[in-house]
Design a protein around this ligand. Structure first.
Ligand code: GAR
Length: 204
């Protein structure tokens, strides 16, 4: 399997999908996005992927499957058929079944808009703002069976301003994400890592 081939799973706007595709086109991120898949028919990520000429752009409807496990297995089949080494979650707002996670061990990557392990869950930016932290940021991590709990690949700090709203903070978090996600994918492909317990040690 070609370790530069990625499948991106996204539920929303798709700004991270765009950042990855742009970095790849610019030559700074040596990945080939073979597949973009969404659980939402109206996800902006699908439009962005189509416009960028991604080979396979798919919407799969969860309601067409008996349960989460069946839906996830259908997605896994498509990802494997496309020959993708990495499963890149970019605003994919579904909890993955254990069987899916185990099918791609240490090959599922997620980005989260907070400095994990602080503020896991669906609203990392809003939760950080309400808590009152002065520094937050974004985290790229491996996905394991614990929600937002896998080993950390990279983090970038973002300062919280006194006059921030959730929207202004999210804008700066997105800017950080768009830099950090492609850069981390590049390291995964070019450099690789090993795990020491939970610690990700990048190879020389
Ligand atoms: C990103 O900010 C990402 O960190 C977040 O969803 C957003 C998707 O934006 N993911 C999570 O909160 C996962 N828990 P995008 O659709 O513009 O890439």
């Amino acid at each position: 399997m070609n370790n530069s081939r990625i499948a991106v799973l996204a539920s929303g706007t798709g700004s991270n999908v765009r950042a990855i595709l742009q970095a790849a086109a610019a030559g700074s991120c040596p990945v080939e996005t073979a597949l973009v898949l969404s659980d939402k028919a109206d996800a902006g990520a699908l439009t962005i992927a189509k416009e960028a000429g991604v080979a396979q752009v798919l919407h799969i409807t969860p309601k067409d499957y008996a349960d989460r496990a069946a839906f996830d297995m259908a997605c896994a089949e498509v990802i494997e058929a496309a020959g993708c080494h990495w499963v890149v979650l970019a605003g994919y707002m579904r909890i993955l079944s254990e069987a899916f996670v185990q099918r791609f061990p240490q090959r599922i990557i997620n980005i989260h808009p907070a400095l994990l392990p602080a503020f896991p869950g669906a609203d990392g930016a809003g939760d950080a703002l309400r808590y009152g932290v002065k520094i937050t940021g974004c985290t790229v991590h491996l996905v394991d069976e614990v929600l937002d709990g896998g080993p950390i690949l990279a983090q970038q700090a973002v300062l919280v301003n006194d006059d921030d709203t959730r929207e202004t903070l999210l804008n700066r978090l997105h800017t950080a994400e768009h830099q950090l996600y492609p850069a981390t994918l590049a390291r995964l492909v070019e450099q690789g890592f090993r795990l020491e317990g939970r610690r990700v040690i990048w190879r020389e």
